[in-house]
Design a protein around this ligand. Sequence first.
Ligand code: ADP
Ligand code: MG
Length: 491
Amino acid sequence: MRTIRAKIIVLFVVIFGLTLSAFSGVLYYLYARQSAQNFDLSLSNDALAIVGMVKGNSFLEQEILSGIIQQPLQANFGPNRYVQVLSINGNIIIRSSDLKDVTLPVSPDVLALALSQHQVFETLNGKTAGKLIGTGRLRMVTYPVFEDGMPRYLVQVASNTEPLDENMLQLRLLLFISVPLAILAAALGGLFIAKKAFDPIDKIIRTAQSISAEHLDKRLEMGKIDDEVSRLSKTLNAMFDRIEEAFRLQKQFTADASHELKTPLTILLGEMEVTLANPRTAKEYVETLGSAVEEIRRITKIVDELLTIARLESGQLAMQKQPVRLDELLLDAVSKTSAYASRRSIKINFEVHDRPTEESEEVLISGDEDKLLSVFINLLDNAIKYSNDDTTIRVSLTVSGGFAAVDIIDKGIGIDADDLPHVFDRFYRADKSRSSEGARRGTGLGLSISKYLVEAHGGSISVASTKGAGTTVSVRLPICEPAVELKVPQA
Ligand SMILES: Nc1ncnc2c1ncn2[C@@H]1O[C@H](COP(=O)(O)OP(=O)(O)O)[C@@H](O)[C@H]1O
Ligand SMILES: [Mg+2]
């Protein structure tokens, strides 16, 4: 009973069994009633024929009425027909030869009914029946004959109900055998159908069970017909695709992260070992330590970014959203990166277009100030890092249609069209030679973190670039609607 299959079969058999039983019962009842009516009708017809005979025979009538006939007429009315004709005062006038010396009874009730011009049917299973047919029942009609409004005779026709009983017995037997057989057949059919319906699901269960972390490439078979089962398989397969991809990314991430950490550690170790191999001057030690500090900074940066990513993904890095002035935030980001920029004689220009209202200078957005600041420092850092010396970076803020658009435009080295779609991937760096000049060594995590943070603010980020000509990074953030000032009516 614990499987759906068993439940369906049981339910099916119960419903089918009840329906069939009810149907058979009704059928049996209607058939029995109809048969009994037919039986009575044939008795009634026979009685009517005899009535005609008795009525038409005026001689017989005369004889009977004058009481001449002492011995009743013996007549044969066919097999299984017991006939008796009585005068109204009880003399037997005609009797069928099968009756021998048995008299068909006329009870006072029947007589009373007959006298009120009714034919009366009754079933006899007492003494009379016993004497005539042994076991079994007799069905009898008592039919009154009237002449000139006066009752004259009673015609009685009786018949053994055995053929009728026999018929009904056979029908009962048929039903008692065929109904359980039909239910059994239904159960077997149900079993078969349920098996056919659930086999594919069993198969899915077995295959799905065998898909584990080690065998993530396995897929469920998809039938040619687009039925529920194949749709289930398709859905599960799509889910496995996503899980496999997530696993792959996870593995890749771990591999990349270890690799990223290994490079500076190897450099650090190498430099230290070389330095330690021989006695050095103080200047040399300072140099080595300086280089070590640089590598450790880099390691710290990577670990910080990895931590940020881990927190972002586990949802631990909650956004503390509050109204933030985006124009001020951008100025802050520019000033925090300007020292780095001026070291390479790079100028950063900040322009604001189309403020939300003429009166107010503010561009308000709802966001986490620290995280947004880190996004723009990151983008500016990239712009500076990948610019040539003595160039200008433009930061433009435009407000329109409920959004603030920040464009960071540099005239730097640009990004190859092949690399452009991947710059937001983790650890992706267009410059594959990781040994490129120290200043440009990044982690490849900045843009992926920035994208995550911008999207967490309901915004979007995109990059457009021409190799060798420069890059534009665009960030769109929804702005807060300026608060509607309540006008106080003047007195
Ligand atoms: N302004 C830019 N100009 C040229 N290339 C850029 C610019 N910004 C990003 N890139 C490319 O995209 C890559 C990914 O950027 P990012 O995720 O910030 O990593 P990182 O700056 O640590 O290398 C960079 O390595 C660089 O190749
Ligand atoms: Mg970067």
